[in-house]
Write a protein of this length. Structure first.
Length: 108
């Protein structure tokens, strides 16, 4: 069995909540840099609440906005490099992110 100690374990999980219109551009940028982002997961999600911009008529009727969630493991240096990739292109775009500590990661 492979455990967290069998490979380099990044200590942080970066989560990006991306407006639907930007999802493909963010995905393409992450995929273009495997030296920094060797892999990530993505899933469709919905944004709810007073801080979520409802752009289309359909979003206003539904009361939520379609988003894409990207999650990737990174260490502190990689996280800085990822921010440096994203910031110039997506500054002011409404992408929301957070970083959480990773206690353990591995493969079964």
């Amino acid at each position: 069995m492979t455990t967290a100690h069998d490979f380099h374990t990044p200590h942080q999980l970066l989560t990006l909540i991306v407006p639907w219109a930007l999802a493909e551009a963010v995905e393409d940028l992450l995929l273009a840099h495997p030296e920094i982002v060797p892999g990530f997961t993505s899933s469709r999600t919905d944004g709810h609440g007073s801080e979520v911009r409802l752009v289309s008529a359909a979003e206003r009727v539904r009361g939520h906005a379609q988003r894409m969630r990207f999650q990737l493991l990174a260490d502190a240096a990689e996280l800085q490099q990822i921010r440096a990739l994203l910031s110039p292109r997506f500054d002011g775009s409404g992408i929301f992110y957070w970083v959480t500590p990773v206690v353990e990661a591995g493969r079964l």
